[in-house]
Design a protein around this ligand. Structure first.
Ligand SMILES: C[S@@+](CC[C@H](N)C(=O)[O-])C[C@H]1O[C@@H](n2cnc3c(N)ncnc32)[C@H](O)[C@@H]1O
Length: 278
């Protein structure tokens, strides 16, 4: 598949900040759902979702919340274990898509932001949030808010990418560094993965587990998705020249043709419990 086949068209190529809550109104929901589906299919993401669910182990009658629930898959998974499952999601389009995908399952998707969750103090038994903190300006505020709504003894699991772990090969090191620096600058919180443990500990929570998974991009990824768009986005931003953009794409494409392209990115997951006396 090429970028032009992405739902919503070639805007995907130059889209920036597409999952930031402040940009929700401008987004093409089909394109967002497409990107989320691509991510959710990756083995690293599957293994971390499964790990988090095992850590949280919601039981019948418990209230389980997914903050930044996107297309809602993880809310349905919490529900299937017997919990009263609620997704908090600021995008009306993604909430509607989540309702459609839930196909009548007894789940709720509510409007809200991680910075001001629509729940009473200590009213939530289980809380998860995945690939959301990288899009927020102040993750400490968000984790404090999550801690507020969690009941004493409640469980939490956070999953996020650390964009500082991205490796792309082969590429001109200087050109690649300028592109990477640009993407890191543009992201609200690119080093989220490495911060999860400290955020939970600093909020007074007791860490119960941590793990990581590295996503390895298939050879086709040299020409599509994040890598396929980055030289075009960087060119548009003026951090590389047209000649550098063309050489970048050509080098990666030729490498993929002989099976020599490498792109990897590490994602982290941490679980914790709210002590009975925080
Ligand atoms: C990369 S997506 C991940 C979606 C989902 N958690 C998953 O694993 O597929 C980030 C999600 O967080 C939502 N989001 C962004 N900023 C948010 C905020 N401040 N509060 C709540 N959700 C937010 C976006 O609308 C989007 O659905």
């Amino acid at each position: 598949m090429t970028e032009t086949e992405v739902p919503g068209g070639t805007g995907f190529v130059t889209e920036r900040g597409s999952f930031k809550a402040a940009h929700v109104a401008e987004q093409n929901v089909d394109r967002q759902a497409f990107i989320l589906d691509q991510m959710a299919a990756r083995p690293a993401v599957r293994s971390l979702k499964s790990w988090a669910l095992d850590q949280l182990a919601p039981t019948a009658g418990e209230t389980a919340v997914d903050v930044g629930s996107g297309t809602g898959e993880d809310v349905v998974a919490l529900h299937e274990l017997g919990a009263r499952a609620i997704g908090v999601e600021p995008s009306p389009g993604l909430r509607a898509e989540a309702v459609r995908r839930a196909a009548g399952a007894d789940v709720e998707y509510v409007d809200g932001h991680a910075e001001a969750l629509p729940f009473e103090d200590e009213s939530v038994d289980v809380l998860r949030s995945e690939r959301v903190l990288q899009h927020v300006d102040d993750p400490a505020v968000v984790v404090q808010e999550m801690t507020r709504v969690l009941r004493p003894g409640g469980r939490i699991a956070l999953i996020d990418t650390d964009w500082g772990t991205a490796i792309i090969h082969p590429a001109d090191p200087d050109v690649l560094q300028r592109m990477v620096d640009y993407f890191l600058r543009e992201s609200a919180n690119p080093y989220s993965g490495r911060q999860l443990r400290g955020l939970l500990a600093d909020a007074g929570l007791e860490i119960t587990g941590e793990t990581a998974a590295t996503w390895l991009e298939p050879q086709a990824g040299a020409r599509q998705g994040f890598v396929g768009m980055m030289h075009l986005t960087s060119l548009q931003a003026g951090v590389i020249t047209p000649e550098e953009a063309e050489a970048f794409a050509k080098t990666l494409g030729e490498a993929a043709d002989r099976g020599a392209f490498h792109m990897s990115l590490t994602m982290h997951a941490v679980s914790a419990i709210k002590p009975r006396a925080v």
